[in-house]
Design a protein around this ligand. Sequence first.
Ligand SMILES: Cc1cc2nc3c(=O)[nH]c(=O)nc-3n(C[C@H](O)[C@H](O)[C@H](O)COP(=O)(O)O)c2cc1C
Length: 421
Amino acid sequence: MTQPNENITLPQLERTPQRHFYTGSDMSRALSIGDLRARAHKLMPRFVLEYLEGGAEDEASLARERQCYAEWRFIPRQLVDVSRRSLETEILGKPAAMPLAIAPTGLNALFMHQADSALAQAAVGTGVPYIQSTMSNDTMEEVAIAAPGVRHWWQLYVLGGDEIWQELLRRADACGCEALVLTTNSQIFGDREWSSRDRIGGGWPDASSMMDAASHPRWFAGSMAHGMPTFANVIDFVPEGKRGFFESANWIRSQMPKSLSWNHVAKIRDRWKKPFLLKGLLHPDDIRKAIDSGVDGVILGTHGGRQEDWSVAALDVLPEAAEIVRGRIALMMSGGIRRGTDMLKAMALGADAVIAGRAPLYGLCAAGAEGAARALEILHDEATNDMGQMGVARLSDLTPEMMVSISRVAYPGGRRGSAMG
Ligand SMILES: Cc1cc2nc3c(=O)[nH]c(=O)nc-3n(C[C@H](O)[C@H](O)[C@H](O)COP(=O)(O)O)c2cc1C
């Protein structure tokens, strides 16, 4: 686990005093996403943390997910009345307490029994949308019941024939999902070697991982003691005899067409009349195609560094994407959101909203729905405070002219900072 002092290079600290994160159970004492992450690392066994944290191959995309924020700095304004600050906004035309949604994450039952419902409850409590993954473990209907009033979005992985996604769309519509998110960058799975090293053939954790898991009884009691997870939303499509956990995971993966294309987007657009977003785009031409395809939004991102290695991060392409989109569709992004300032940087560089994956998951691992809600609250409160310090009262006051890219040293008035151009 990262030690706080490891990230501090200011010479005057010289590793003393020895600092520590808060890892206790009192969520009001968790001050940052770092505290929630530290508690997650305390409670979860190694193979679970590897699933949560890991990236593909050399993890260069994963590393970029955080580095990219470090390359952008604010140029704050002074003498601005910031006594009333608000992060309130609209996401897809409906009010949200801040420009953030909980990202879709599969296999959350590995962290906690009924974790998808817990995340949705945290989203309702905080006033942000919740995006549920095709690979989630609670059914979408269970989530809708467990979290009344949730702004529920459905994330679609295309697998098998058209009848599967058509049925998932029918159910999503019937249980009140207000938007559909098609993930476009995962038909071929990223090779997460570190995760694979913890497992033997077929997917089972190896002996050392089993021993490690056995030494985490609280995790076991809150998760696996309730039984092995199932991919509850798609399990009925899995042939009988392949419905065990690992067999079904492998079968589903094998059914994801490598031929996924803009034809699928057109067919889905035709059938789904509510807001429809594409997730996982990065290339400017794909953003142009998305606009032409009639979708309502794009979510830029690398799948949290878990898919293609050595790719740029969403923040790297955001300024160019904003110029392409010019407000015609929703522009969202994912990857590396750990601080209120990360969200504000994305907004200043042209995003309408961000989605956060690991941050709420650290909270979930730390303390279930309460912990996930605490993660969202931390991001909200940090961003509100940061706005005040930057001389910004409303999100619309955040503009690219308040940002400088220290890798390009492009100051306002000169050429706009850009990591792409
Ligand atoms: C454990 C885990 C599982 C994920 N599962 C999915 C998934 O099922 N579908 C999907 O579209 N994205 C999935 N993602 C990617 C997230 O939606 C999101 O893009 C990513 O987590 C953003 O980066 P962040 O974790 O740094 O916030 C997953 C990410 C994590 C960490």
